[in-house]
Design a protein around this ligand. Structure first.
Ligand code: MOS
Length: 754
């Protein structure tokens, strides 16, 4: 037997991205970069009005241009299956999903009204400018605050499983709040925001003759957070056998939730490819990024009441969010206070106002960052009202029980987040007095807030194959939305079979691979990670069987519990010199690879009695220019408890990204709607402000140790969203401490401080 080479475990180590070189050298291809011969290009024409009808559409000038192949409109579109069935994608809110080119009706500004397809992109783009549309305008309503009287309860549907309505009221809020010696109340208005990933939305459809129904086979490169979602959409909407559709998305240039639903460029490119029997690409522009899905504008009211000693005993949180006329998009905005704090008298309500806009769409920590901003600013205000330190108020009302569900958390190291975060930040030397710290003409402020996000696990499949050359190939149709999925799955697989990472290849983003749901909600590490671990364990079990069959095998009668995988060997735990290499074992398999597929399901029996959440404590320092009202976030410490940290390097990057976006959300991001036109006007990165390098200063991330064997066998909670959640409130509270101004609306632009 060979002498094993020592291989260190990779989980828990700061491993660089396995896809890093591909990404930074431009080798990683995105949806619009897959070139095929004879590709045609589609450009979308968008509606100029927000509501009404297309009276006439003149496409003749466009069609007359050399190189224009076709202009698709509602007048000449083929009959499409989904117009007869009701279809929901994996992230569809209750209602009826938007149907591009359905008829002459305009439901929102920017709605696609035509697709021009030409031999070149340039001709298509020019031809699109020649389309003349005449509209019959109707009065639109796009202003949430002006339409609050229309607020109603959202309809329920399948999406409500993950976004349950707020819990029923408990206790007697009105009476207790009335009698409380300390109380505060406030109204919080948030602007709509748009995801602005660097990679724009695009689909390249490669058309081949043939297929089960003879109408062609499609290979689709789509910008998506879930290839299976895109595939199911195309299959059902166009009534194409799923065997004739393969969707790929090996890389994604940022998603943040915008890729959780199939967007209209997918529909239009497939339609054109099928009709023209040709490969087609449709790319949307940055402006068109603002014509589907956004974080909804919201109005929230929070009231908190407490006893003299700071005991919180009354909590009221209600929120109203905008939605479209065709779907009831909801998010969990108001339920967090009942999870995080123990008041006995609670009312929470969430309502929607349907407007003439596209359906809102999940955007990083949907609802969480919204609701926690209001709640945690209210907590700060209450602390001032009580004359109590804001951190002490949180500790006074600390609980290990989720009072909404009346069950404990599977783990909650938030207290440790507070302790470590406060210490690193130097919170104890804070003078609570607003405007007490000054440097030249700058006011300095320190603020803190708590963050919380769900730790979910979804069903997922995975396959592991120990190939004849001794290398391991693991796969799943999940996504790497830029967060490190490739890397952590490679680590998990390598460690499970005791192999070096270089011998493991993880594949994703392809519907030919085992099924997985959309990658979102911070659940990919837990869901796909568990599947990868189980698939590798299944290979391990097959290897043990092979080991037992070897002549004079020392493994006869040995149980799974008695062995371990290390240094590319299977060996006895009790006597590590009894070992056989994985290569030797696969050689016993009659020239075949050892292949196992598993479906990994959450352990509902173990999970059902617990609430599973990640937590954070955020401490922020701001510097506010007294003359100009500009805010600079000079320093932030974010202490995170999110279970096991698989990779401190990619994890820290995730949290840093959330913190940067938190600064952006607190101070800059706002999709400005001109209600006269019903259109988002700042639809470019020049006018839709996001944080840039100059806005980002000292960011510090602490991962607090947290063990949890209830969430999933890996003990991971996911990090996609928790990084942003506490940020806006911590910054808003720091702004109050600096200036004495309680700004409750976001973003905190300088006009609100002058
Ligand atoms: Mo995230 S908003 O679930 O992509």
């Amino acid at each position: 037997m060979s002498t094993p080479q020592k291989i260190n475990k990779s989980v828990g180590k700061p491993i660089s991205r396995v896809d890093g070189v591909e990404k930074v050298t431009g080798k990683a291809k995105y949806a619009a970069e897959f070139n095929v011969p004879d590709l045609a290009y589609g450009v979308v024409v968008s509606s100029a009005i927000a509501k009404g009808k297309i009276k006439s559409l003149d496409t003749s000038d466009a069609l007359a241009l050399d190189g224009v192949l076709q202009v698709f409109t509602h007048e000449n579109r083929p009959k499409i299956a989904w117009f007869d069935i009701s279809y929901n994608d994996q992230d569809a809110p209750p209602g009826s999903p938007f149907r591009p080119l359905y008829d002459a009706t305009i439901k929102y500004s920017g709605q696609p009204i035509a697709l021009v397809v030409a031999e070149t992109f340039e001709v298509a783009r020019y031809a699109a400018t020649l389309i003349r549309a005449d509209y019959e305008e109707a009065t639109h309503e796009t202003d949430l605050e002006a339409n609050l009287h229309k607020a109603r309860k959202p309809k329920s549907g399948i999406a409500s499983l993950l976004k349950p309505p707020p819990p029923k009221p408990r206790g007697d809020f009105d009476k207790v709040y009335e009698e409380d010696p300390n109380k505060i109340t406030g109204r919080y208005v948030h602007a709509a925001e748009h995801h602005n990933p660097m990679e724009l939305f695009a689909t390249t459809v490669v058309f081949e003759k043939g297929g089960k129904d003879g109408k062609g086979k499609l290979t689709i490169y789509d910008k998506t957070q879930g290839v299976t979602n895109s595939s199911m959409y195309v299959s059902q909407v166009f009534n194409i056998p799923s065997d004739d559709i393969r969707v790929l998305s090996p890389y994604m240039g940022g998603g943040f939730g915008s890729g959780l639903r199939p967007q209209y460029q997918l529909f239009l490119s497939v339609l054109a490819a099928r009709e023209l029997k040709r490969s087609v690409r449709v790319s949307l522009t940055r402006q068109q990024m603002f014509t589907f899905g956004h974080r909804p504008a919201t109005v929230q009211n929070v009231a908190l009441g407490a006893l003299e000693d700071g005991t919180l005993n009354a909590l009221c949180h209600d929120a109203t969010g905008e939605t479209s006329q065709f779907e009831d998009y909801t998010e969990i905005v108001v339920s967090w206070g009942g999870m995080l704090y123990p008041p006995k008298n609670v009312t929470m309500e969430y309502k929607v106002v349907p407007l003439d806009v596209y359906s809102p769409l999940d955007m990083r920590a949907p609802g969480g960052v919204t609701g926690m901003h209001a709640l945690e600013v209210a907590m700060d205000e209450l602390a001032y009202n009580l004359g109590m330190d804001p951190l002490q108020l949180r500790l006074k009302n600390y609980t290990d029980i989720d009072h909404n569900e009346d069950r404990p958390f599977s783990s909650k190291e938030l207290r440790e987040c507070f302790r470590q975060g406060a210490e690193r930040f130097g919170w104890s030397s804070r003078n609570p007095e607003p405007r007490s710290m000054k440097k030249d003409h700058n006011l300095i402020g320190w603020g803190m807030a708590t963050g919380i996000w769900d730790a979910n696990q979804m069903p997922s499949r995975a396959e592991a194959v120990l190939m004849v050359n001794g290398k391991l190939r693991v796969s799943c149709a999940t996504a790497d939305i830029g967060t490190g999925t490739y890397t952590i799955m490679t680590q998990i697989a390598a460690d499970t079979l005791g192999m070096p990472m270089e011998d493991v290849l993880f594949k994703l983003g392809d519907t030919d691979l085992p099924f997985s749901l959309i990658s979102g909600g911070s659940w990919t590490a837990a869901s796909v990670g568990s599947a990868v671990q189980e698939a590798c364990q299944a290979v391990g079990k097959s290897l043990l069987k092979l080991a037992k069959k070897m002549p004079a095998s020392p493994f006869k009668g040995v149980k799974w519990e008695d062995i371990e995988f290390a240094d590319s060997h299977l060996r006895l735990k009790s006597d590590q010199s009894v070992a056989v290499s994985l290569q030797t074992l696969v050689d016993q398999n009659g020239g075949k690879a050892v292949r196992e597929s598993v479906t990994s399901l959450p352990n509902a029996f173990k999970q059902k009695d617990y609430t599973r959440s990640a937590h954070s404590a955020v401490f922020a320092e701001v510097m506010v220019d007294e003359d100009l009202g500009t805010v600079k976030v000079t320093r932030v410490v974010s202490a995170i408890a999110a279970g096991r940290i698989l990779n401190p390097k990619t994890s820290r990057s995730q949290i840093l990204g959330g913190m940067v976006w938190g600064i952006s959300k607190a101070l800059e991001e706002e999709s400005a709607m001109d209600h006269n036109f019903g259109r988002f006007m700042n639809h470019s990165l020049a006018e839709y402000h996001v944080a840039v390098n100059a806005d980002i200063h000292d960011l510090d991330v602490i991962f607090v140790e947290e063990h949890d064997d209830i969430v999933n066998p890996l003990g991971v909670k996911g990090l996609g969203e928790i990084g942003i959640v506490g940020m806006p409130a911590a910054i808003a509270n720091a702004v109050f401490h600096a200036t004495g101004r309680r700004v409750r609306d976001l973003p905190i632009t300088l006009d609100k401080l002058l």
